[in-house]
Design a protein around this ligand. Structure first.
Ligand code: AKB
Length: 309
């Protein structure tokens, strides 16, 4: 049985469906701190900081894999630094301890481009560079990666991780992140609204289409263990663009679309993050290849959000 934490979140909603389709709905247990709509599927409430409840679910459902997605993201985390640390770190340590002591054989941990900051090139950020993050979320991901590495080294826990760029998809909405604008902009465009963009027009960030992101998780988790040579977290690359460039891509389909720039504190976070990632190690070790670029993603997003291309 696969247990997913944070199944109601942006990645969780889509990954839950993908795993149900691949392994069967009876083999996937979505959990979240709040009830959502999980039509005809199993579901349990789980606060990831409650280790007793996590252990109870692992035992009751004979869980063998955990996809630990629950976390507070970069922008929201800045208003609640200590609770963000407690949730992000406490949740991961409960999952890793469970993997050390129970039937759980494999763990997925999403890390992020937020691990990077000062003292690293931001143009084509290397896999192994300085990790000096500018947010509490980033600090929790750096520490989380180190804990994953430690549990793998010391206790042989099979934990695998990806450093996600911003993720863009039509099935779910993000919440509390710095890269959220790149999803919200499509929703505004198809509704015919002017988009107020909180990131400055030339600020590039690495991004990935949800379909590629979900495929990356599944390919990483299904790869032979001996191919997973990075046990902190793999840089995952796909595309890189600024608000001006995504606006142009949308205008190629919806020419009347307009954006107003109103940068706020999230622009500063974005400026501390890479523009693009060097993901050579993921390509070499387990064969990572992205399929979508800005244009193909834009056409697919607009098609699915209801305007047609
Ligand atoms: C965020 O913006 O906080 C996340 C991330 C890049 O990890 N989407």
């Amino acid at each position: 049985m696969i247990l997913i934490t944070g199944a109601g979140g942006q990645i969780g909603q889509v990954l839950t469906k993908a795993l149900q389709k691949r392994y069967g709905a009876s083999q996937v247990l979505p959990t979240d701190i709040r009830a959502g709509s999980y039509d005809n599927s199993l579901f349990e409430i789980l606060d990831v900081t409650d280790s007793a409840r996590l252990l109870e679910l692992i035992e009751r459902y004979k869980v063998t894999e955990i996809y630990h997605l629950a976390a507070v993201l970069s922008a929201r985390g800045e208003s609640h630094p200590i609770p963000t640390w407690d949730i992000n770190m406490g949740g991961l340590l409960n999952v890793l301890e469970a993997a050390r002591t129970t039937s759980v054989e494999k763990v997925f941990f999403p890390s992020s481009i937020a691990v990077y900051g000062e003292e690293v090139p931001l143009e084509f950020t290397p896999q192994f560079g300085a990790l000096i993050p500018s947010t509490v979320y980033g600090i929790s991901k750096v520490a989380g990666e180190s804990w994953c590495h430690y549990y793998s080294l010391k206790y042989d826990v099979d934990v695998r991780s990806l450093r996600f760029p911003g993720i863009i998809g039509y099935e779910s909405l993000p919440g509390g992140g710095t890269t959220d604008y790149a999803v919200e902009i499509y929703h505004a465009a198809v509704k015919g609204e002017v988009f107020r963009c909180y990131i400055s027009e030339d600020e590039k960030m690495p991004m990935i289409y949800m379909k590629d992101a979900i495929r990356a998780v599944i390919e990483l988790m299904e790869a032979q263990a001996e191919h997973i040579k990075v046990r902190t977290s793999y840089n995952l690359g796909a595309m890189s663009f600024s608000p001006k460039e995504i606006t142009r891509a949308i205008q190629a389909v919806l020419p009347d679309f307009k954006v107003r720039y109103e940068p706020d504190f999230r622009d500063k976070i974005a400026k501390s993050w890479p523009d693009q990632l060097d993901d050579q190690r993921a390509r070499e070790d387990w064969g990572w290849r992205p399929e979508y670029d800005l244009q193909s993603m834009t056409e697919d997003m607009i098609l699915h959000l209801g305007k047609g291309v």
